[in-house]
Design a protein around this ligand. Structure first.
Ligand code: GTP
Length: 356
């Protein structure tokens, strides 16, 4: 079974963290999202994955080398400076995917407990051209919403309906099984949206089918969602509560500490602190509801609450970084700086004044 992962978007809503890494390589509880996706696909019997990316994303993935989990992984690259949207890359990968059997397509920015075997079985049992995984959300206005009729056939598919006008709370979970005939519906060589241009056609022909999923489903489109995704995953996975021997600090679980983390005395780590590889944390530091990427350094007396600190970033003594703030990779926040309410620092920039 083959799966195509769409991972060539620009993740504009996750800037400045996405200025220096693609969304598919964002760590979720210290493991790149792509690796979580590979694991689930391999467990579902997929043997080959095609990554539909741009050249820069391919470079980052090759550099980081997430574990392939036994899958054969190939790249299909969008043309330079011509992103193909969410349908164009499927057409571009037609030769790699082949026309012999239905295949899986998924967005590379969702963390989901999807049973791909069930999705494929549903697809084979019906006369569908496309079978879409569906999940229930409270506010569907930011998603593709479906209206179902008999036999879970999707009568209408509406992308991002205005608030209060959605026909249901069932949304496109960003994973599909497609029959090879779908290749014939996608024009070649230009950007095209599967959500806005292809699914409505298939729905109108009565050949778009829905398949509900029940497990965890998280879209990591925005920083708040990214933080929330990490917290939900931390809650959902079994983690050790044995304090690492070398750590003389108070640990309030749930917490995830990767290898090589050093924490100074009288620091309070957690709840919901996710600390990447080789991070150095000073004395009297408090960290909660926050993510610190690998190789970052946090000085003495720092407070981090509801923040994300990028790879190799430096936070000077007595800094106080609050809700929704994002410090990008290699950035430097100087001593005593206070940051609040979603302020951000771009990669490798230095900041020495408060941002309130
Ligand atoms: P924003 O800019 O923040 O909206 O993010 P995005 O465009 O990266 O993500 P969006 O949710 O719009 O796209 C859904 C999935 O399709 C993501 O996994 C993207 O990486 C992927 N994707 C979006 N546009 C393209 C594209 O032009 N080419 C390829 N290969 N993948 C794409």
């Amino acid at each position: 079974m083959k799966a195509l992962i769409l991972a060539g978007g620009f993740a504009t809503r996750l800037r400045p963290l996405s200025c220096s890494r693609p969304k598919s390589l964002f760590p979720l509880v210290n493991k790149p999202l792509l690796q979580w996706i590979f694991e689930r696909l391999a467990d579902s019997g997929v043997d080959e994955v095609i990554l539909a990316v741009n050249a820069l994303t391919q470079f980052y993935i090759r550099q980081q080398k997430p574990s392939k989990c036994g899958l054969k992984v190939r790249f299909s690259i969008d043309p330079p400076k011509k992103p193909l949207g969410t349908a164009g890359p499927i057409k571009k990968a037609e030769k790699l995917i082949g026309r012999n059997e239905p295949f899986i397509v998924l967005n590379g920015d969702i963390f989901a407990d999807i049973d791909y075997k069930k999705l494929l079985e549903t697809h084979k049992k019906t006369n569908a051209l496309a079978t879409m995984a569906l999940c229930m959300v409270e506010d569907p206005s930011c998603f593709g919403v479906v209206e179902l009729c008999e036999g879970d056939c999707i009568k209408r598919f509406i992308e991002k309906p205005p608030k209060g006008q959605a026909p249901s709370n069932l949304i496109n979970a960003g994973a599909y099984v497609l029959s090879p005939e779908v290749f014939d519906l996608i024009p070649e060589g230009r950007a095209i949206s599967i959500e806005r241009e292809i699914f409505p056609q298939i729905a109108a022909a009565g050949r778009l089918v829905g398949c509900r999923i029940n497990g965890l489903w998280i879209d990591i489109g925005k920083p708040v969602e990214y933080l929330e995704a990490n917290k939900l995953i931390l809650d959902s996975i079994a983690h050790t509560k044995t304090k690492p021997k070398k750590i003389m600090a108070e640990i309030n679980y749930p917490v995830a500490l990767d290898q090589g983390v050093v924490v100074g005395e009288n620091s309070i780590i957690g709840p919901y602190a996710i600390i990447g590889k080789n991070v150095k944390i000073g004395n009297n530091v408090t960290i909660s509801d926050s993510i610190v990427f690998s190789d970052a350094e946090i000085g003495d007396d720092v407070k981090l609450h509801g923040a994300v600190v990028g790879e190799g970033a430096y936070i000077g003594r007595h800094a106080d970084i609050g809700n929704g703030c994002v410090i990008a990779d290699q950035a430097k926040v100087k001593e005593n700086v206070h940051m609040r309410d979603g302020s951000t620092v771009c990669p490798a920039k230095e900041i020495s004044e408060n941002i309130l």
